[in-house]
Write a protein that binds this ligand. Structure first.
Ligand code: BGC
Length: 292
């Protein structure tokens, strides 16, 4: 009996198998298949991982990078252009014959960090994933905020620059065009975020200048969210966001943008404890909840 969770990213899909105590038994990664091929791929990952751990999968949770309705239809995934109004939950549950939950990837990461990670015991928390795009999970008054359709937390598409950079969502000036992994690469003239972080540690002053500028964009969006939610803690996760170096720069930039602390006590800014597996773990936890 094993709960499987799959986090579908812009470039790769990560599957984890969770033990009954919530620990990760095993994991498997594949490059993300194009278009609707992603459904087949998630089903294959679930079957392969269950086989590998030698136990039957009892439930499947899937985190998708886009707007997912409460009944598991993926309406729009900006970084998976062919995925539109796809009834993913229905397709997977009829194929696999087990209970399936499909939710937003950042919501899944937020659930994992809230239940088992850096936001444990916090009633008001913001979990932000920074990778190909920016995702957000909003924990408000001890509950995950989902909104009317289930689309709450599309904060990566808050406009931070009127008429700014074109976003794959179809609009211009979205926060994720200035504060995601791809935005950092653009700021750094094609150098990857990973490389910039490495150079910062090696005290390269140009890399430090670039990261400072990038962090101020991250902080700008965070401060908007702080004004909306008033969180106790901000958890930074995702491929780029989980970096301790980035956390340091972002906390600093947020401190500079917020009013003095005696007028507005700043939230804590911490890195995700479950690292890059948070989304898949959260998806598995949500799938498991259905059968408990
Ligand atoms: C999508 C979000 C997703 C985020 C991270 C954004 O472009 O709109 O739904 O959570 O990327 O993958």
């Amino acid at each position: 009996m094993v709960a499987i969770g799959v986090d579908v990213g812009g470039t790769k899909c990560l599957a984890v198998a969770l033990n009954s105590d919530g620990s990760v038994l095993d994991s498997l990664t594949l490059p993300t298949a194009a278009g609707v091929g992603v459904v087949e791929e998630v089903a294959d990952l679930c079957v392969a991982l269950a086989l590998r751990v030698g136990q039957a999968a009892t439930s499947l949770g899937v985190g998708m990078p886009g707007t997912v309705s409460r009944d598991g239809v993926v309406y729009l995934a900006p970084h998976l252009p062919e995925v539109r109004q796809m009834p993913m939950r229905e397709l997977l549950s009829s194929q696999l014959g087990i209970p399936v939950v499909v939710d937003n990837d950042a919501t899944c990461a937020g659930v994992a960090e809230w239940k088992n990670g850096a936001a444990r015991n916090c009633d008001n928390a913001l979990v932000i994933t920074i990778g190909t795009g920016i995702g957000a999970a909003l924990i408000a008054n001890g509950k995950v905020m989902r909104g009317h359709h289930g689309f709450a937390g599309e904060s990566g598409h808050h406009i931070v620059m009127h008429g700014g950079e074109v976003c794959p969502c179809g609009r211009r000036g979205c926060w994720e065009q200035y504060a995601s992994g791809s935005a950092l690469r653009r700021l750094a003239n094609g150098v990857s975020g990973e490389e910039i972080l490495l150079r910062v540690v090696q005290e390269d002053t140009e890399a430090q200048r670039i990261l400072e500028e990038f962090a101020s964009w991250v902080a700008l969006g965070l401060f908007n969210l702080v004004n909306t939610l008033d969180p106790q803690v901000i958890v930074l996760g995702g491929g780029l966001g989980s970096s301790a170096v980035l956390r340091h720069f972002v906390a600093d930039a947020l401190g500079k943008q917020m009013p003095p602390s005696e007028l507005r006590p700043p939230p804590l800014v911490v890195t995700a404890q479950l690292g890059h597996e948070a989304g898949a773990i959260g998806a598995a936890l949500l799938g498991k909840e259905v059968i408990e």
